[in-house]
Design a protein around this ligand. Sequence first.
Ligand SMILES: NC(=O)c1ccc[n+]([C@@H]2O[C@H](COP(=O)([O-])OP(=O)(O)OC[C@H]3O[C@@H](n4cnc5c(N)ncnc54)[C@H](O)[C@@H]3O)[C@@H](O)[C@H]2O)c1
Length: 383
Amino acid sequence: MNGMLNVGIIGLGRIGCIHAENIIHNFQNVRIKGIADLGLNDDMIVWVKNLGVPYWTKCYEDLLADPEIHAVVVCSPTNTHWTIVIDCIRANKHVFCEKPIGSSIREINDVIAELENSINKRLKVQIGFNRRFDHNFQTMKKTIESKQVGQPHILRLTSRDPSPPSLHYLKLSGGIFFDMTIHDFDMARYLLDDEIIEVHADGSVLFDLRLRELDDIDTAVITMKTCQGAFVIIDNSRQAVYGYDQRAEVFGSSGQAVVTNDTSSSIVVSNKEGIHSEKPVHFFSERYKQSYITEMQQFYDAVLTDKVVPVTVYDGLQAVKIAKAAQLSFKNNRRVNLIEISDNEDADLKNGTILEKTINQTSTNRFTIDSLENGINLHEPVP
Ligand SMILES: NC(=O)c1ccc[n+]([C@@H]2O[C@H](COP(=O)([O-])OP(=O)(O)OC[C@H]3O[C@@H](n4cnc5c(N)ncnc54)[C@H](O)[C@@H]3O)[C@@H](O)[C@H]2O)c1
């Protein structure tokens, strides 16, 4: 490697362009050797040429066959991540994969198995949970760690987009829990340094009727419980008319800490009409600009100095398990314990149906479930 890292980028859409520009403008020891996009067109080629990238292709396998490429940044649609990551590992390439790594637990377990069985034990795979690297959320993490709010009791995460993405994007996204809330699931684990054990998710189509045909929703509210007994409350909307709304509040035994939105300036104008301040910055490319650079910096550092990546496949797996629990909860309108989310997803869905029937036949409103290996046992809670 000689201190210089050659990367390939797969997928040159919204996030692929952000990562490509960041590499060109921020990292002296990283070079883009090639770019692959299945839908490569003349505009993309002009853009890629202007960046000074040596070659471009429609076929990502071309990048994997290039022995000079050390690492690959996967920015293709969600439904392609799993297979591409496995192909990258087989081709002995380090991988930075955008979130989520897959939408099935079996797929992610295949990635883990591939990584464990790979001859190169130094291969790195990092998942693109960029919010961990945001300046506001990093400060909140340090505040929690230093016990300034004491023992966390409630974490609230608000995550609302300014407008929904294209229908094409939505179709390949895996649905709101896997595409959007997945960031919040990861943030909850990261900020609280705790695991989620229970999820209840609800949602509606309130404005984007296209989503009905996709069996998806535009608005979601999720409540979760952690191993330590803390609560997490998440609200998502695909459309906040005032901009990209990204806030967090942690309430604990000694106080509370709040992260508000970033604005383009902090000016507040007061006049006889009222008191006015700036709207939140428009979308993820502005709000999380620096976080995309920092996460990539840490990925390259991990590769070049053989360190553990800051966001592992395990983190990717946990977030997907929570998303699966949220989906099951939403579909069956009940609380879901994470132990219900097994590696056998067909069984999960079947169990969901069985459990739902059982629950409907009872008058109690709360159950715990154990021993999925030996079948499902429903228990009324200890009062
Ligand atoms: N971390 C973040 O903040 C963030 C933000 C946006 C998107 N994402 C994730 O990044 C991924 C891409 O999102 P996007 O908004 O850039 O999507 P996009 O639709 O804008 O771009 C995807 C690109 O991938 C190309 N593509 C499709 N199949 C391909 C294949 N097999 N090989 C090579 N290229 C292929 C498409 O032609 C398109 O140009 C999604 O998984 C999404 O969840 C993450």
